[in-house]
Design a protein around this ligand. Sequence first.
Ligand code: FES
Length: 111
Amino acid sequence: MAGICIDKTKLDDDDVVVCRCKEVTLKEIREWIDRGYDTFDELKRLTGVGMGACQGRGCRDIIMKEIARRTGKSFDEIGTGTFRPPVKPVKLGTLTAANKEDPWEGKVVSH
Ligand code: FES
């Protein structure tokens, strides 16, 4: 049975996929940083990183480190970028349970 053989010694780190959700490589990130787009939110708008199913949990740190390394800026200077709620995964049961506690229940609301 024939299989695929990858010579790992020929792989460049440019080929590494840093955002698995959006299939963005380190090479793409480096090219955008070199063009002056050196914040996570700018890279997010340009490439979609951080907008996948994991909402950046898998790629944000890697990209932040690459921005810092390439620009020489500290994490404080770069900033973390914008987070959208929910920041952590929430079970649907938790949301529906919260919905049952209706503070307006039994009260008359006039318009
Ligand atoms: S790995 Fe980048 S959004 Fe999921």
